[in-house]
Ligand binder design. Structure first.
Ligand code: NAP
Ligand code: MN
Length: 271
C-alpha cells in the first residue's frame, strides 16, 4: 500500500510520526507522498484540511485517515496512542470507505476570469473595510440583499466548525446539502434579511454578488483570498466528494456528543 504522511509540527505529532514510520517498516507499506492510496494525517482537523487541499486533484483516488494529537477531532478517528491499531487496519485493508460532500466554489473576476475551488468545511465572504453589502441570488432569482459582516456557506462536515459558532444547525454528513449562515446581519427598516440559517438542496445554486468590491475577502477552509476584483461567488454542492478509510464505525451523533456535550452531569430538577 502506498501511504503519504501529512503532519503538524507539535512535539506530540512528531513523536507519533516517528512511531508510525517505525511500525510500518515491514515491507507492506511504501511511503509515497506523490501518488498515495491512503493519506495519513497526524495533528488536528486543521492538519487534515490542509492534506485534503494538498491532494485536492486526486480526491477520486485517495482515502484519508486521521490520527489526532490534540483534542477530539471531527475528521480524525484515531487517538495519538492508536498508531499501531491504524497500521493493523491498513494491513487488512479491503478498500472500506465513507465519503462526504464538498462545497463547490466558483469565483468570477471582473476581467471575466473564472476560478474554481472546493471547500471541505466552508467558504466565507467578507469585507475587511466595513460591512458586506451583496445580493443573495438563489437559482437565478434575487432572494435578498444582505448587509452585515459576512456570509458563511458550509458543508455538512463543516457544520460543526465555524457554522456552529454562527448559530447554524449541525447537519448529518449523509445529507447532500449546503448551509448558509449570516454573520451579524443588519436588520432595520432599510435592510432586511431572512436572519435564519438556510439549508439548500443539492440542485440549488447560490450566487453572491457584492455591490462594491474593494476590501472583499473570500475564505475557503483555512485559506484566505483577498481580492477587489471578485464579481460573483457561486456556491453549490460539489460533484466531488472526499473519502475516508472506514475501519471503525464512529457514529456522527456520538462524535458530536463527545465533542460538544462531554461527560453528562445529571442535575436534579429544582424542587
Ligand atoms: P483553527 O483556528 O485551528 O481552527 C479553529 C478550530 O476549529 C480548531 O479547534 C479546529 O480543530 C476546529 N475545527 C476545524 N474543522 C472543524 C470541524 N469540521 N468541526 C469542528 N471543529 C473543527 O484553524 P484550522 O485548524 O486551520 O481550521 C480551519 C477551520 O476552523 C475553518 O474551516 C472553520 O470551520 C474553523 N474556524 C472556526 C471558527 C469559529 O468557530 N469561530 C473561527 C475560525 C475558524 P483543530 O484544533 O483540531 O485543528
Ligand atoms: Mn487547527
Amino acid at each position: 500500500m502506498r501511504v503519504a504522511l501529512v503532519y503538524n509540527h507539535s512535539d506530540k505529532s512528531l513523536e507519533v510520526v516517528q512511531e508510525f514510520l517505525k511500525l510500518c517498516q515491514d515491507g507492506q507499506f511504501i511511503r509515497d507522498d506523490k501518488n498515495p492510496e491512503v493519506v495519513v494525517t497526524i495533528g488536528g482537523d486543521g492538519t487534515l484540511l490542509g492534506a485534503v487541499h494538498k491532494y485536492g486533484d486526486q480526491l477520486d483516488k485517495v482515502r484519508f485517515a486521521g490520527i489526532h494529537t490534540g483534542h477530539l477531532g471531527f475528521y480524525t478517528d484515531w487517538r495519538d496512542y492508536e498508531a499501531a491499531e491504524l497500521i493493523e487496519s491498513l494491513k487488512k485493508d479491503q478498500s472500506e470507505s465513507v465519503s462526504y460532500p464538498l462545497l463547490d466554489v466558483t469565483i468570477t473576476k471582473n476581467d471575466g476570469q473564472v476560478c474554481n475551488y472546493f471547500a471541505l468545511n466552508e467558504a466565507t465572504i467578507r469585507k475587511v473595510n466595513g460591512t458586506l453589502f451583496c445580493e443573495v441570488i438563489i437559482n437565478n432569482e434575487l432572494f435578498e440583499n444582505f448587509r452585515g459582516d459576512g456570509l458563511c456557506i458550509s458543508t455538512p462536515t463543516g457544520s460543526t466548525g465555524l457554522n456552529k459558532s454562527l448559530g447554524g444547525a449541525i447537519v448529518h454528513p449523509f445529507s447532500e446539502v449546503i448551509q448558509l449562515t449570516e454573520m451579524a446581519s443588519i436588520n432595520n427598516r432599510v435592510y432586511r434579511t431572512l436572519s435564519s440559517p438556510m439549508i439548500l438542496a443539492k440542485k440549488d445554486v447560490l450566487l453572491l454578488k457584492p455591490h462594491s468590491h474593494d476590501g472583499m475577502m473570500v475564505s475557503i477552509d483555512h485559506l484566505n483570498y483577498e481580492a477587489d476584483s471578485f464579481e460573483t461567488v457561486q456556491l453549490k454542492v460539489s460533484q466531488k466528494r472526499v473519502s475516508f478509510v472506514r475501519y471503525r464505525h464512529n457514529h456522527f451523533w456520538d462524535r458530536v456528543e463527545e465533542a460538544f456535550i462531554g461527560a453528562r452531569v445529571v442535575s436534579k430538577p429544582c424542587q
